[in-house]
Each structure stands twice: as structure tokens, then as C-alpha cells.
Ligand binder design. Structure first.
Ligand code: AMP
Length: 265
């Protein structure tokens, strides 16, 4: 019993959020064993300070390691470059393939394109969208639902970095979005995810689902546009409390990944 207690790895969820006023500047999510807590917290803090924040919050919470859910990072398909209007059409088609109705796909896309928060800006988290009717289901349309408490194992991280680098796609954003998408795909009642960034200089986005894997589009918005966001599509009539509890509370570690396909068109 004592030996078992000594061998048990204790994990911590580390979350960083940097802001200036109401503007989100930088964020980060890690789930690491005890010996890495100090160095990883410092790394996240260093990242935050590069943005001259007015305030930085770093939360460190112990995680019950036997509650960690393990899962795969989906296979990546890189779609051929095209303009954002074409990209959005292809993203709607991918969502349809994933089981989202065209109405729901278009309504999520319009909400992100118009600025999905109550003030017309970016939300902190994601919209929850009924995958059939396209209705928004999240209780707070400014905060939305946040996927947190996730990371990938060192072995999977090294291997994923190699895969992305070999194909010329290594970017911290892509790496992190893949891990977030892996957790979202593992959540109960989720049909698919749609995302493009609110950063004005980052036009790429993706659709992720069990059917389509992670489909990356080079442009889902015009360069310079400050609007971006995320939509998590849920099965009609789903138990939302269960889905939100998984996304926000259940620790998730991606421990493997699929391949990368460069789509010809
Ligand atoms: P980013 O790709 O980091 O630029 O984020 C794009 C949008 O996704 C943000 O505007 C938020 O609405 C949403 N978002 C960012 N982080 C999360 C998260 N951890 N969980 C859910 N939604 C998020």
C-alpha cells in the first residue's frame, strides 16, 4: 500500500492567462507531473511577459492522476491554400461530413464572423451549438465554455513536433490547437469543432471531428480581421452539464497522434 502511494505520480494542471483590461493577450494550458511544475510555470510566465500584460494569472491545481483520461490527437489533413470565402465553404462541407447540419454550420460561422460575444468581440471560450438546429446553448455568451486541463505526454509531444516540422507546419498555435481539439473530440456528446483565431495576423483555422480528423484551412478569415472564435457542436438533446464538466474539469492527456496528409484538393 505504502509502495503504491510512493509510486503514484501526482499531476498538476497549470493555467496561465495574461490580459490588459478586458483584452486577452496570451494563455496557456499544461498538465504535468510534480517535478516539472516550477519550470513549466516559469515557461508560461515568460510567454505571458512577452505581451506586456497589465495582469497575469497563473493557477496551479493538483489533479487526481487516476482521473486522467488518455486519448489520441486526430489525424491532420492540410487543405490546399485558397481564399477565406472558399475556405469557409470547405469548412461547412467538412462540418456536414462530421454530422453537423448545414444550418448549424452556417449559423456558427456567421456568429464567429460577426464577433460572437455580446459586445461583438471575441469570446473567452467557445460557443455550444446544437448540431441540428444551430441554436446557441452556452449560458454565458461572453465567457462561453472553456476547454481546460489538457496536455500531451512528452513522448507524444516530441513525435508530434517532428511530424509538424517535417511538413513545415510547426507553430505553437497549431500544436496547442491540436491538443485542445483532441480533448474536445474525447468529450461526451460533441459532434465537431470549428475554430479560427481572433489574432489579426493568424488567418488559419480548422474543423475537427471523429469523422474528418483535424482539417486545417490556411484561411478562414481576412488578414487583419480581429474577429475569431470557436464553436463546439453538440448532439441535439445532449446532457450539457456532462459535456461542460468534461471540457472544463476532467484532466486529459493526449498520448498518441495520427499522421499528416497534404490534401491535393
Ligand atoms: P485562439 O485560437 O487562441 O486565437 O482562440 C480563438 C478563439 O477560441 C478565442 O477567441 C476563444 O473564443 C476561443 N478559445 C480560446 N481558448 C479556448 C479554450 N481553452 N476553450 C474554448 N474556447 C477557447
Amino acid at each position: 500500500m505504502l509502495i503504491f502511494a510512493m509510486m503514484k505520480t501526482v499531476y498538476y494542471s497549470i493555467r496561465m492567462h495574461a490580459e490588459r483590461g478586458t483584452r486577452h493577450l496570451s494563455g496557456g494550458e499544461r498538465l504535468v507531473p510534480t517535478p516539472l511544475v516550477e519550470s513549466v510555470s516559469a515557461e508560461l510566465l515568460r510567454r505571458a511577459m512577452m505581451h506586456s500584460p497589465a495582469a497575469v494569472k497563473v493557477s496551479i491545481d493538483e489533479v487526481c492522476s487516476d482521473q486522467i483520461v488518455f486519448g489520441p490527437i486526430p489525424e491532420i489533413t492540410v487543405m490546399p491554400p485558397c481564399d477565406y470565402a472558399q475556405g469557409r465553404k470547405q469548412a461547412v462541407a467538412a462540418l456536414f461530413e462530421a454530422g453537423v447540419s448545414e444550418r448549424a454550420a452556417l449559423s456558427a460561422m456567421a456568429a464567429i464572423a460577426d464577433g460572437a460575444s455580446l459586445t461583438g468581440g471575441a469570446m473567452r471560450g467557445a460557443m455550444l451549438i446544437d448540431s441540428l438546429l444551430g441554436e446557441r446553448l452556452e449560458a454565458d455568451q461572453d465567457r462561453g465554455v472553456r476547454a481546460t486541463r489538457f496536455d500531451l505526454t512528452d513522448k507524444a509531444s516530441d513525435s508530434l513536433t517532428r511530424l509538424l516540422q517535417t511538413n513545415g507546419f510547426h507553430h505553437t498555435r497549431t500544436h496547442e490547437a491540436l491538443v485542445l481539439a483532441a480533448k474536445v473530440m474525447a468529450a461526451p456528446n460533441i459532434v465537431a469543432e470549428l475554430c479560427w483565431s481572433d489574432a489579426p495576423d493568424y488567418t488559419a483555422g480548422y474543423v475537427a471531428s471523429r469523422q474528418t480528423g483535424y482539417r486545417r484551412f490556411t484561411e478562414l478569415k481576412k488578414y487583419g480581421d480581429l474577429r475569431g472564435g470557436r464553436a463546439f457542436f453538440v448532439r441535439p438533446g445532449a446532457d450539457l452539464a456532462e459535456t461542460i464538466a468534461f471540457l472544463e474539469q476532467t484532466p486529459f492527456l493526449a498520448n498518441r497522434h495520427g499522421g499528416l496528409i497534404l490534401s491535393g484538393g
